[in-house]
Design a protein around this ligand. Sequence first.
Ligand SMILES: [Zn+2]
Length: 473
Amino acid sequence: MNGDLAVWPPRYDPAYRPDPAADYWSPELECCDPRTRDVLILEKLRRQAGWAWERSPFYRRKWEAAGVSPATLRALDDLAKFPIVQKAELRASQAAAPPYGEYLCIEPGGVARIHGTSGTTGRPTVFGIGSEDWERIGEAHARILWGAGIRPDDRVLICSFFSLYMGSWGALRGVERLGATAFPFGAGVPGQTLMAVEWARELKPTAFYGTPSYALHFAETARREGIDPGTLGFRTLFFSGEPGAGIPATKRLIEETFRGRCVDMGSMAEMTPWMTNAECRHRTGMHLWQDLVFTQVCDPETFAPLPFGAEGTPVYTHLERTSQPMIRLVSGDLTRWTDEPCPCGRTYPRLPDGLYGRIDDMFIVRGENIYPSAIEDTLRAIDGFGGEFRVIVSRREAMDEFLIRAEHAASHADPGLQAKLRATMTERLRARLGVHPVVELVPEGTLPRTEFKARRVIDDRDLYRRSLQGVRR
Ligand SMILES: [Zn+2]
Protein backbone atom coordinates (compact mmCIF):
# COMPACT_ATOMS: atom_id res chain seq x y z
CA MET A 1 0.00 0.00 0.00
CA ASN A 2 1.20 3.49 -0.73
CA GLY A 3 0.57 6.41 1.55
CA ASP A 4 0.51 7.64 5.10
CA LEU A 5 -3.16 7.47 6.00
CA ALA A 6 -2.70 8.69 9.55
CA VAL A 7 -2.38 12.22 8.21
CA TRP A 8 -4.88 14.29 6.29
CA PRO A 9 -4.67 15.13 3.50
CA PRO A 10 -2.91 11.78 2.94
CA ARG A 11 0.68 11.77 1.77
CA TYR A 12 1.69 9.42 -1.03
CA ASP A 13 5.15 8.36 -2.10
CA PRO A 14 5.48 9.48 -5.74
CA ALA A 15 8.08 6.77 -6.37
CA TYR A 16 5.82 3.90 -5.25
CA ARG A 17 4.76 1.34 -7.87
CA PRO A 18 3.68 -2.29 -7.35
CA ASP A 19 5.32 -5.24 -9.07
CA PRO A 20 3.89 -5.42 -12.64
CA ALA A 21 2.61 -8.94 -11.87
CA ALA A 22 0.61 -7.65 -8.88
CA ASP A 23 -3.16 -7.39 -9.36
CA TYR A 24 -3.63 -4.44 -7.01
CA TRP A 25 -2.02 -1.09 -6.34
CA SER A 26 -3.25 -0.97 -2.71
CA PRO A 27 -4.65 -4.42 -1.83
CA GLU A 28 -5.12 -3.48 1.85
CA LEU A 29 -7.64 -0.84 0.79
CA GLU A 30 -9.16 -2.46 -2.28
CA CYS A 31 -9.81 -5.96 -0.92
CA CYS A 32 -10.41 -5.47 2.79
CA ASP A 33 -13.63 -6.06 4.71
CA PRO A 34 -15.81 -3.06 3.82
CA ARG A 35 -16.48 -2.43 7.52
CA THR A 36 -12.76 -1.98 8.10
CA ARG A 37 -12.56 0.41 5.17
CA ASP A 38 -15.56 2.36 6.43
CA VAL A 39 -13.59 3.26 9.58
CA LEU A 40 -10.94 4.89 7.40
CA ILE A 41 -13.57 6.54 5.17
CA LEU A 42 -15.32 8.07 8.19
CA GLU A 43 -12.03 9.47 9.49
CA LYS A 44 -11.19 10.96 6.08
CA LEU A 45 -14.71 12.34 5.74
CA ARG A 46 -14.52 14.10 9.13
CA ARG A 47 -11.24 15.71 8.21
CA GLN A 48 -12.54 16.67 4.75
CA ALA A 49 -15.72 18.22 6.20
CA GLY A 50 -13.72 20.03 8.89
CA TRP A 51 -11.44 21.49 6.22
CA ALA A 52 -14.42 22.83 4.24
CA TRP A 53 -16.21 24.12 7.36
CA GLU A 54 -13.17 26.18 8.39
CA ARG A 55 -12.46 27.64 4.95
CA SER A 56 -15.60 27.81 2.84
CA PRO A 57 -18.42 30.32 3.45
CA PHE A 58 -20.42 28.31 0.89
CA TYR A 59 -20.44 25.14 3.01
CA ARG A 60 -20.59 26.98 6.33
CA ARG A 61 -23.81 28.77 5.32
CA LYS A 62 -25.42 25.66 3.84
CA TRP A 63 -24.61 23.49 6.82
CA GLU A 64 -25.60 26.02 9.45
CA ALA A 65 -28.97 26.43 7.73
CA ALA A 66 -29.41 22.66 7.85
CA GLY A 67 -28.29 22.44 11.48
CA VAL A 68 -25.25 20.26 10.78
CA SER A 69 -21.51 20.64 11.27
CA PRO A 70 -18.49 18.31 11.06
CA ALA A 71 -19.33 17.21 14.64
CA THR A 72 -22.55 15.69 13.26
CA LEU A 73 -20.45 12.98 11.57
CA ARG A 74 -20.37 10.26 14.22
CA ALA A 75 -21.04 7.48 11.70
CA LEU A 76 -21.03 7.29 7.88
CA ASP A 77 -24.84 7.27 7.93
CA ASP A 78 -24.73 10.81 9.33
CA LEU A 79 -23.53 12.11 5.97
CA ALA A 80 -27.12 11.83 4.71
CA LYS A 81 -28.06 14.63 7.16
CA PHE A 82 -25.93 17.04 5.13
CA PRO A 83 -27.61 19.04 2.36
CA ILE A 84 -26.82 18.08 -1.20
CA VAL A 85 -24.98 20.34 -3.64
CA GLN A 86 -26.35 20.94 -7.14
CA LYS A 87 -24.20 22.12 -10.04
CA ALA A 88 -26.37 25.25 -10.36
CA GLU A 89 -25.31 26.29 -6.83
CA LEU A 90 -21.66 26.06 -7.84
CA ARG A 91 -22.31 28.27 -10.86
CA ALA A 92 -24.20 30.77 -8.68
CA SER A 93 -21.37 30.83 -6.14
CA GLN A 94 -18.83 31.49 -8.90
CA ALA A 95 -21.00 34.27 -10.34
CA ALA A 96 -21.19 35.89 -6.88
CA ALA A 97 -17.52 35.34 -5.97
CA PRO A 98 -15.56 34.96 -9.21
CA PRO A 99 -13.67 33.13 -10.40
CA TYR A 100 -13.55 30.13 -8.04
CA GLY A 101 -16.65 30.62 -5.90
CA GLU A 102 -16.92 30.54 -2.12
CA TYR A 103 -15.91 26.91 -1.97
CA LEU A 104 -12.25 27.36 -2.85
CA CYS A 105 -10.57 26.15 0.34
CA ILE A 106 -6.97 27.10 -0.46
CA GLU A 107 -5.45 30.53 -1.12
CA PRO A 108 -6.14 31.60 -4.75
CA GLY A 109 -2.35 31.87 -5.21
CA GLY A 110 -2.11 28.15 -4.39
CA VAL A 111 -4.13 27.18 -7.45
CA ALA A 112 -1.72 25.35 -9.73
CA ARG A 113 -4.10 24.52 -12.57
CA ILE A 114 -7.24 26.13 -13.91
CA HIS A 115 -9.62 23.94 -15.83
CA GLY A 116 -13.19 24.60 -16.80
CA THR A 117 -16.31 23.41 -18.53
CA SER A 118 -17.38 24.54 -21.97
CA GLY A 119 -20.56 25.99 -20.50
CA THR A 120 -22.87 24.52 -23.12
CA THR A 121 -25.64 24.31 -20.53
CA GLY A 122 -25.08 27.63 -18.78
CA ARG A 123 -22.31 29.66 -17.17
CA PRO A 124 -19.00 27.79 -17.48
CA THR A 125 -17.67 26.34 -14.23
CA VAL A 126 -14.08 27.09 -13.18
CA PHE A 127 -11.99 24.41 -11.51
CA GLY A 128 -9.08 25.65 -9.42
CA ILE A 129 -6.84 22.75 -8.47
CA GLY A 130 -3.96 22.94 -6.02
CA SER A 131 -0.68 21.20 -6.88
CA GLU A 132 -1.00 18.70 -4.02
CA ASP A 133 -4.53 17.85 -5.15
CA TRP A 134 -3.21 17.32 -8.66
CA GLU A 135 -0.60 14.87 -7.30
CA ARG A 136 -3.29 12.98 -5.38
CA ILE A 137 -5.49 12.89 -8.49
CA GLY A 138 -2.58 11.26 -10.33
CA GLU A 139 -2.12 8.75 -7.53
CA ALA A 140 -5.82 7.82 -7.55
CA HIS A 141 -5.98 7.48 -11.32
CA ALA A 142 -2.81 5.37 -11.45
CA ARG A 143 -4.26 3.01 -8.85
CA ILE A 144 -7.51 2.68 -10.78
CA LEU A 145 -5.85 2.28 -14.18
CA TRP A 146 -3.77 -0.48 -12.61
CA GLY A 147 -7.04 -2.23 -11.76
CA ALA A 148 -8.10 -1.91 -15.41
CA GLY A 149 -4.96 -3.81 -16.38
CA ILE A 150 -2.73 -0.90 -17.52
CA ARG A 151 0.95 -1.51 -16.69
CA PRO A 152 4.15 0.51 -17.03
CA ASP A 153 4.96 -1.23 -20.33
CA ASP A 154 1.72 0.08 -21.90
CA ARG A 155 1.71 2.88 -24.45
CA VAL A 156 -1.50 4.88 -24.13
CA LEU A 157 -3.00 6.84 -27.02
CA ILE A 158 -5.21 9.61 -25.62
CA CYS A 159 -7.68 10.58 -28.34
CA SER A 160 -9.83 13.27 -26.75
CA PHE A 161 -9.82 17.07 -26.63
CA PHE A 162 -6.98 18.72 -24.72
CA SER A 163 -8.80 21.89 -23.88
CA LEU A 164 -11.82 22.22 -21.63
CA TYR A 165 -12.43 18.48 -21.35
CA MET A 166 -11.18 17.32 -17.94
CA GLY A 167 -11.19 13.66 -19.02
CA SER A 168 -8.09 14.00 -21.20
CA TRP A 169 -6.03 15.69 -18.49
CA GLY A 170 -7.05 13.23 -15.80
CA ALA A 171 -6.23 10.26 -18.03
CA LEU A 172 -2.86 11.79 -18.89
CA ARG A 173 -1.96 12.42 -15.24
CA GLY A 174 -2.87 8.86 -14.26
CA VAL A 175 -0.90 7.30 -17.10
CA GLU A 176 2.14 9.41 -16.20
CA ARG A 177 1.96 8.55 -12.50
CA LEU A 178 1.57 4.84 -13.29
CA GLY A 179 4.75 4.98 -15.34
CA ALA A 180 3.25 3.99 -18.69
CA THR A 181 4.01 5.91 -21.88
CA ALA A 182 1.46 8.59 -22.69
CA PHE A 183 0.75 9.86 -26.19
CA PRO A 184 -1.56 12.86 -25.61
CA PHE A 185 -2.78 13.00 -29.19
CA GLY A 186 -5.99 14.99 -28.74
CA ALA A 187 -8.97 15.20 -31.09
CA GLY A 188 -11.14 17.70 -32.89
CA VAL A 189 -8.81 19.15 -35.53
CA PRO A 190 -9.95 18.42 -39.12
CA GLY A 191 -8.19 15.31 -40.42
CA GLN A 192 -6.93 14.40 -36.96
CA THR A 193 -8.70 11.03 -36.78
CA LEU A 194 -6.96 9.84 -39.93
CA MET A 195 -3.68 11.05 -38.45
CA ALA A 196 -4.44 9.17 -35.22
CA VAL A 197 -4.97 5.97 -37.21
CA GLU A 198 -1.68 6.47 -39.03
CA TRP A 199 0.18 7.17 -35.80
CA ALA A 200 -1.42 4.12 -34.19
CA ARG A 201 -0.15 1.93 -37.03
CA GLU A 202 3.30 3.45 -36.67
CA LEU A 203 3.71 3.57 -32.87
CA LYS A 204 1.70 0.46 -31.90
CA PRO A 205 0.03 1.88 -28.78
CA THR A 206 -1.40 -0.84 -26.51
CA ALA A 207 -4.12 1.23 -24.85
CA PHE A 208 -6.67 3.82 -25.96
CA TYR A 209 -8.58 6.54 -24.13
CA GLY A 210 -11.46 8.57 -25.55
CA THR A 211 -15.24 8.46 -25.78
CA PRO A 212 -16.95 5.29 -27.07
CA SER A 213 -18.44 7.18 -30.04
CA TYR A 214 -15.00 8.41 -30.96
CA ALA A 215 -13.49 4.91 -30.78
CA LEU A 216 -16.11 3.69 -33.26
CA HIS A 217 -15.43 6.68 -35.51
CA PHE A 218 -11.71 5.89 -35.27
CA ALA A 219 -12.44 2.27 -36.29
CA GLU A 220 -14.49 3.38 -39.31
CA THR A 221 -11.70 5.71 -40.38
CA ALA A 222 -9.18 2.87 -40.08
CA ARG A 223 -11.35 0.55 -42.18
CA ARG A 224 -11.66 3.18 -44.90
CA GLU A 225 -7.86 3.10 -45.07
CA GLY A 226 -7.97 -0.65 -45.45
CA ILE A 227 -6.77 -1.22 -41.88
CA ASP A 228 -8.53 -3.73 -39.63
CA PRO A 229 -8.76 -1.92 -36.25
CA GLY A 230 -8.36 -5.31 -34.56
CA THR A 231 -4.79 -5.53 -35.84
CA LEU A 232 -3.67 -2.22 -34.28
CA GLY A 233 -2.78 -3.95 -31.00
CA PHE A 234 -4.95 -2.17 -28.40
CA ARG A 235 -5.12 -4.47 -25.33
CA THR A 236 -7.11 -2.06 -23.18
CA LEU A 237 -9.52 0.68 -24.23
CA PHE A 238 -10.85 2.82 -21.40
CA PHE A 239 -13.59 5.36 -21.70
CA SER A 240 -15.51 8.15 -20.07
CA GLY A 241 -17.68 11.06 -21.16
CA GLU A 242 -20.70 9.05 -22.30
CA PRO A 243 -22.38 5.82 -21.20
CA GLY A 244 -21.46 3.65 -24.25
CA ALA A 245 -18.69 1.58 -22.65
CA GLY A 246 -21.23 0.34 -20.11
CA ILE A 247 -23.93 -0.43 -22.69
CA PRO A 248 -23.63 -4.19 -23.32
CA ALA A 249 -23.99 -4.15 -27.13
CA THR A 250 -21.62 -1.18 -27.54
CA LYS A 251 -19.07 -2.78 -25.22
CA ARG A 252 -19.25 -6.01 -27.21
CA LEU A 253 -18.89 -4.11 -30.49
CA ILE A 254 -15.81 -2.20 -29.24
CA GLU A 255 -14.23 -5.41 -27.94
CA GLU A 256 -14.86 -7.29 -31.20
CA THR A 257 -13.72 -4.34 -33.32
CA PHE A 258 -10.43 -3.75 -31.48
CA ARG A 259 -9.92 -7.22 -29.96
CA GLY A 260 -9.15 -5.57 -26.61
CA ARG A 261 -10.83 -4.99 -23.25
CA CYS A 262 -13.40 -2.17 -23.16
CA VAL A 263 -13.32 -0.60 -19.69
CA ASP A 264 -15.99 1.85 -18.55
CA MET A 265 -15.07 4.76 -16.24
CA GLY A 266 -16.15 8.18 -15.21
CA SER A 267 -18.10 10.39 -12.86
CA MET A 268 -17.97 14.20 -13.18
CA ALA A 269 -15.29 16.82 -13.83
CA GLU A 270 -16.15 18.47 -10.49
CA MET A 271 -15.36 15.16 -8.82
CA THR A 272 -11.88 14.71 -10.30
CA PRO A 273 -10.33 12.16 -9.61
CA TRP A 274 -13.21 11.22 -11.88
CA MET A 275 -12.06 7.63 -12.41
CA THR A 276 -13.37 6.64 -8.98
CA ASN A 277 -16.27 5.02 -10.83
CA ALA A 278 -14.29 2.50 -12.84
CA GLU A 279 -14.43 -1.08 -13.96
CA CYS A 280 -11.66 -3.50 -13.18
CA ARG A 281 -10.28 -5.70 -15.95
CA HIS A 282 -13.13 -8.20 -15.34
CA ARG A 283 -15.65 -5.59 -16.59
CA THR A 284 -18.55 -6.44 -14.28
CA GLY A 285 -19.71 -2.83 -13.98
CA MET A 286 -17.94 0.15 -12.46
CA HIS A 287 -16.57 -0.24 -8.94
CA LEU A 288 -17.02 2.68 -6.57
CA TRP A 289 -13.53 3.31 -5.18
CA GLN A 290 -15.01 4.45 -1.90
CA ASP A 291 -11.91 5.43 0.05
CA LEU A 292 -11.01 8.02 -2.66
CA VAL A 293 -14.44 9.48 -3.40
CA PHE A 294 -17.30 8.30 -1.20
CA THR A 295 -20.34 7.60 -3.38
CA GLN A 296 -23.88 6.78 -2.36
CA VAL A 297 -26.69 5.94 -4.77
CA CYS A 298 -29.58 8.07 -3.55
CA ASP A 299 -33.25 8.66 -4.19
CA PRO A 300 -33.42 11.29 -6.99
CA GLU A 301 -36.01 13.34 -5.09
CA THR A 302 -35.23 13.00 -1.37
CA PHE A 303 -31.48 12.20 -1.82
CA ALA A 304 -31.68 9.63 0.95
CA PRO A 305 -29.17 6.78 0.37
CA LEU A 306 -30.81 3.67 -1.10
CA PRO A 307 -30.13 0.02 -0.26
CA PHE A 308 -28.04 -2.12 -2.60
CA GLY A 309 -30.11 -3.36 -5.52
CA ALA A 310 -31.98 -0.06 -5.89
CA GLU A 311 -31.90 2.46 -8.74
CA GLY A 312 -31.12 6.09 -8.07
CA THR A 313 -28.64 8.88 -8.70
CA PRO A 314 -25.04 8.93 -7.43
CA VAL A 315 -24.19 11.55 -4.80
CA TYR A 316 -20.43 12.09 -4.54
CA THR A 317 -18.20 13.25 -1.70
CA HIS A 318 -14.48 13.99 -1.94
CA LEU A 319 -12.26 12.52 0.75
CA GLU A 320 -8.89 14.06 -0.05
CA ARG A 321 -9.47 17.33 -1.91
CA THR A 322 -8.23 20.57 -0.40
CA SER A 323 -8.83 23.06 -3.23
CA GLN A 324 -12.51 22.73 -4.22
CA PRO A 325 -13.99 19.86 -2.22
CA MET A 326 -17.39 18.57 -3.24
CA ILE A 327 -19.44 17.25 -0.36
CA ARG A 328 -22.66 15.53 -1.48
CA LEU A 329 -22.61 16.69 -5.09
CA VAL A 330 -25.60 15.31 -7.01
CA SER A 331 -24.71 13.84 -10.39
CA GLY A 332 -28.11 13.57 -12.08
CA ASP A 333 -27.04 10.28 -13.68
CA LEU A 334 -29.10 7.16 -13.21
CA THR A 335 -27.68 3.88 -12.02
CA ARG A 336 -28.25 0.81 -9.89
CA TRP A 337 -25.75 -0.41 -7.29
CA THR A 338 -24.88 -3.76 -5.78
CA ASP A 339 -22.45 -5.20 -3.24
CA GLU A 340 -22.30 -8.61 -4.91
CA PRO A 341 -18.70 -9.81 -5.16
CA CYS A 342 -16.57 -9.31 -8.27
CA PRO A 343 -14.09 -11.97 -9.43
CA CYS A 344 -11.26 -9.43 -9.03
CA GLY A 345 -11.49 -9.69 -5.24
CA ARG A 346 -12.10 -5.97 -4.67
CA THR A 347 -14.77 -5.38 -2.07
CA TYR A 348 -16.02 -2.07 -3.44
CA PRO A 349 -19.70 -1.81 -4.41
CA ARG A 350 -20.41 -1.84 -8.14
CA LEU A 351 -22.70 -0.25 -10.72
CA PRO A 352 -23.42 -3.42 -12.74
CA ASP A 353 -25.18 -1.55 -15.57
CA GLY A 354 -22.93 1.52 -15.46
CA LEU A 355 -24.41 5.03 -15.59
CA TYR A 356 -27.14 4.24 -18.06
CA GLY A 357 -28.86 7.54 -18.37
CA ARG A 358 -29.25 11.05 -17.15
CA ILE A 359 -32.40 12.06 -15.43
CA ASP A 360 -32.61 14.99 -17.87
CA ASP A 361 -31.80 12.79 -20.93
CA MET A 362 -34.85 10.69 -20.29
CA PHE A 363 -37.76 11.56 -22.54
CA ILE A 364 -41.32 10.39 -22.41
CA VAL A 365 -43.14 9.07 -25.47
CA ARG A 366 -46.78 8.14 -25.06
CA GLY A 367 -46.32 7.73 -21.33
CA GLU A 368 -43.22 5.50 -21.45
CA ASN A 369 -39.87 6.62 -19.95
CA ILE A 370 -37.18 6.18 -22.61
CA TYR A 371 -33.40 6.42 -22.29
CA PRO A 372 -31.23 6.89 -25.41
CA SER A 373 -28.88 4.18 -24.07
CA ALA A 374 -31.65 1.54 -24.38
CA ILE A 375 -32.12 2.43 -28.07
CA GLU A 376 -28.37 2.26 -28.66
CA ASP A 377 -28.09 -1.10 -26.91
CA THR A 378 -30.96 -2.55 -28.97
CA LEU A 379 -29.72 -1.32 -32.36
CA ARG A 380 -26.09 -2.32 -31.87
CA ALA A 381 -27.15 -5.90 -31.14
CA ILE A 382 -28.85 -6.18 -34.56
CA ASP A 383 -26.87 -7.57 -37.48
CA GLY A 384 -27.16 -5.13 -40.39
CA PHE A 385 -27.18 -1.94 -38.27
CA GLY A 386 -24.86 0.61 -39.90
CA GLY A 387 -23.43 2.21 -36.77
CA GLU A 388 -25.25 5.51 -36.22
CA PHE A 389 -28.79 6.65 -35.47
CA ARG A 390 -30.95 9.62 -34.54
CA VAL A 391 -34.19 9.79 -32.60
CA ILE A 392 -36.76 12.36 -33.63
CA VAL A 393 -39.72 12.93 -31.36
CA SER A 394 -42.37 15.31 -32.56
CA ARG A 395 -46.03 16.04 -32.20
CA ARG A 396 -48.07 16.89 -35.24
CA GLU A 397 -51.52 15.83 -34.07
CA ALA A 398 -52.52 14.79 -30.58
CA MET A 399 -50.12 11.84 -30.67
CA ASP A 400 -46.33 11.78 -30.21
CA GLU A 401 -44.48 10.73 -33.33
CA PHE A 402 -41.47 8.60 -32.56
CA LEU A 403 -39.09 8.21 -35.47
CA ILE A 404 -35.80 6.34 -35.32
CA ARG A 405 -33.56 7.03 -38.28
CA ALA A 406 -31.01 4.23 -38.34
CA GLU A 407 -28.21 3.41 -40.73
CA HIS A 408 -28.15 0.06 -42.48
CA ALA A 409 -24.82 -1.64 -43.13
CA ALA A 410 -23.43 -1.58 -46.70
CA SER A 411 -24.18 -5.34 -46.79
CA HIS A 412 -27.91 -4.52 -46.54
CA ALA A 413 -28.34 -2.46 -49.71
CA ASP A 414 -30.84 -4.97 -51.13
CA PRO A 415 -34.49 -3.79 -50.68
CA GLY A 416 -35.61 -7.22 -49.48
CA LEU A 417 -32.92 -7.35 -46.78
CA GLN A 418 -33.81 -3.80 -45.79
CA ALA A 419 -37.46 -4.64 -45.32
CA LYS A 420 -36.47 -7.50 -43.01
CA LEU A 421 -33.99 -5.33 -41.15
CA ARG A 422 -36.58 -2.60 -40.62
CA ALA A 423 -39.07 -5.16 -39.28
CA THR A 424 -36.47 -6.61 -36.86
CA MET A 425 -35.48 -3.17 -35.59
CA THR A 426 -39.09 -2.09 -35.14
CA GLU A 427 -40.02 -5.24 -33.25
CA ARG A 428 -37.00 -5.30 -30.93
CA LEU A 429 -37.28 -1.59 -30.16
CA ARG A 430 -40.97 -1.97 -29.42
CA ALA A 431 -40.27 -4.91 -27.09
CA ARG A 432 -37.50 -3.02 -25.24
CA LEU A 433 -39.13 0.42 -25.03
CA GLY A 434 -42.79 -0.43 -24.80
CA VAL A 435 -43.57 2.03 -27.61
CA HIS A 436 -43.90 1.36 -31.31
CA PRO A 437 -41.33 3.42 -33.26
CA VAL A 438 -41.31 4.28 -36.95
CA VAL A 439 -37.94 3.07 -38.25
CA GLU A 440 -36.44 4.80 -41.27
CA LEU A 441 -33.30 3.31 -42.83
CA VAL A 442 -30.52 5.38 -44.38
CA PRO A 443 -27.23 4.11 -45.85
CA GLU A 444 -24.22 3.64 -43.58
CA GLY A 445 -22.17 6.84 -43.27
CA THR A 446 -25.13 9.20 -43.86
CA LEU A 447 -25.41 10.53 -40.30
CA PRO A 448 -22.67 12.76 -38.89
CA ARG A 449 -20.19 11.07 -36.54
CA THR A 450 -19.15 12.74 -33.36
CA GLU A 451 -15.67 13.27 -32.02
CA PHE A 452 -17.01 13.89 -28.54
CA LYS A 453 -20.21 13.22 -26.69
CA ALA A 454 -22.94 12.05 -29.00
CA ARG A 455 -26.28 13.89 -29.01
CA ARG A 456 -28.71 11.65 -30.78
CA VAL A 457 -32.15 12.76 -29.66
CA ILE A 458 -34.05 15.60 -31.31
CA ASP A 459 -37.22 16.39 -29.40
CA ASP A 460 -39.11 19.12 -31.21
CA ARG A 461 -42.33 18.82 -29.22
CA ASP A 462 -41.34 21.96 -27.30
CA LEU A 463 -41.09 23.87 -30.58
CA TYR A 464 -44.53 22.63 -31.49
CA ARG A 465 -45.89 23.69 -28.10
CA ARG A 466 -44.30 27.13 -28.43
CA SER A 467 -45.69 27.57 -31.92
CA LEU A 468 -49.15 26.68 -30.62
CA GLN A 469 -48.81 29.30 -27.89
CA GLY A 470 -47.78 31.78 -30.58
CA VAL A 471 -50.94 31.02 -32.50
CA ARG A 472 -53.08 31.50 -29.40
CA ARG A 473 -51.54 34.86 -28.71
ZN1 LIG B 1 -13.73 -6.10 -10.03
